[in-house]
Design a protein around this ligand. Structure first.
Ligand SMILES: C[S@@+](CC[C@H](N)C(=O)[O-])C[C@H]1O[C@@H](n2cnc3c(N)ncnc32)[C@H](O)[C@@H]1O
Length: 336
């Protein structure tokens, strides 16, 4: 039986040869998945030069071959780390990215009293669940068009129901087109029962037509519906989300939208066109323009339904700097 150290070193070499950016981390995470243990146990086994059992080795080698074929690591392990969560992902749902984690911090700082929060284009619900679990006393509504993605979201919501409940929050996942959720009778309007949202967030599809993502993991495995924003500039869906957000928010409510690194200026124009004020583009941890936020203008929407979060609920602590990497310690390419 060969030791974990030698098996991992050889696997990392083969993964590097296939052009993977984090070969050692991938090898350790796949070995952990094959052995049914945490990554730390694999690192310890490697340090102690413990032998890798034959069955684990066979499963591990299969996983390494699949990863060499650029199947996303998260599809092989079946999970993705997002802030404090581990969510289930696989075919049919977008793998949540580390940069999107920052939206929770933006909501906490720009709208600390937000009680009703809407996440348009929720995908796996990693962001939706994080908002509910980390911002106490919130009602969070996630809207998703893809039934396949929604099935993953519902599974993740069920797995985290205890944490959401412990935070005194509630989570509502709704099937529907984000662009029409401000219309009377839409699933979101019905769920809000006449109330307006205090904050709307979104990580919509935003890649331009004809622009192919460079990473095979993104190009071949993230659903097209999650990638392409429509139109030559990829901003058809972000524009529709911006319009819907303006109609859904209380006056002074906050809208935060993730976008491509080259779309900040266009997003600022879009938000301006829909009456948002204080429009600012925020950067991701790599210093690239990634989120544009603004405040709904007074009179832009229905009468205020803002209610201060219940006493003692408190504002969440901002994450320490550098936590934009996911818990697995690796970066996943953004969907550009
Ligand atoms: C880039 S992914 C982001 C998913 C999730 N918010 C995240 O950050 O991991 C965009 C999501 O929007 C969904 N989507 C695309 N068009 C939509 C629409 N018109 N209405 C609602 N959801 C839509 C896709 O199915 C996909 O799940």
């Amino acid at each position: 039986m060969t030791g974990y150290d030698a098996v991992l070193a050889e696997a990392a070499r083969r993964l590097a040869e296939a052009g993977l950016p984090s070969p050692r981390a991938d090898a350790e995470l796949l070995a952990a998945h094959a052995a049914g243990v945490e990554r730390g146990a694999v690192r310890r086994a490697a340090l102690m030069a413990e032998p890798m059992p034959g069955e684990v080795r066979r499963r591990f080698e299969e996983l390494v071959d699949e990863r060499r074929a650029r199947i996303p690591l998260q599809h092989l392990t079946g999970t993705a780390a997002f802030r404090t969560l581990t969510v289930e992902v696989g075919p049919g749902v977008f793998v949540p990215r580390p940069e999107t984690e920052l939206i929770v911090d933006l909501v906490a700082s720009l709208s600390p009293e937000a009680r009703r929060i809407v996440d348009l284009c929720a995908g796996s619900a990693a962001l939706t669940i994080s908002l509910a679990a980390e911002l106490p006393g919130t009602e969070v509504y996630g809207v998703e068009l893809s039934e396949q993605a929604l099935a993953w979201a519902r599974r993740n919501a069920a797995a985290n129901a205890g944490r959401i409940g412990a935070a005194g929050s509630s989570l509502h996942l709704l099937a529907g087109d984000a662009l029409t959720q401000d219309h009377p009778g839409s699933p979101l309007r019905t769920a809000l029962a006449g109330a307006q949202a205090d904050a709307v967030v979104s990580n919509p599809p935003y890649i331009a037509e004809g622009q192919e993502p460079l990473d095979p993991e993104v190009r071949d495995h993230d659903p097209e519906l999650a990638l392409y924003g429509g139109g030559e500039d990829g901003l058809r869906i972000p524009a529709g989300v911006t319009r819907a957000a303006a109609a859904l928010l209380v006056p002074g409510g906050v809208f935060i939208c993730e976008h491509g690194s080259g779309q900040g200026a266009a997003m600022r124009v879009l938000l301006g066109r829909h009456g948002f004020t204080g429009i600012t583009t925020h950067q991701d941890l790599a210093g690239r323009d990634r989120f544009t936020a603004g405040r709904s203008a007074p009179g832009a929407s229905h009468p205020s339904a803002l209610r201060t979060r219940r006493a003692g609920a408190g504002v969440p602590t901002a994450r320490p700097a550098g936590q934009g990497q996911n818990q697995q310690g690796r970066r996943t390419p953004s969907h550009e």
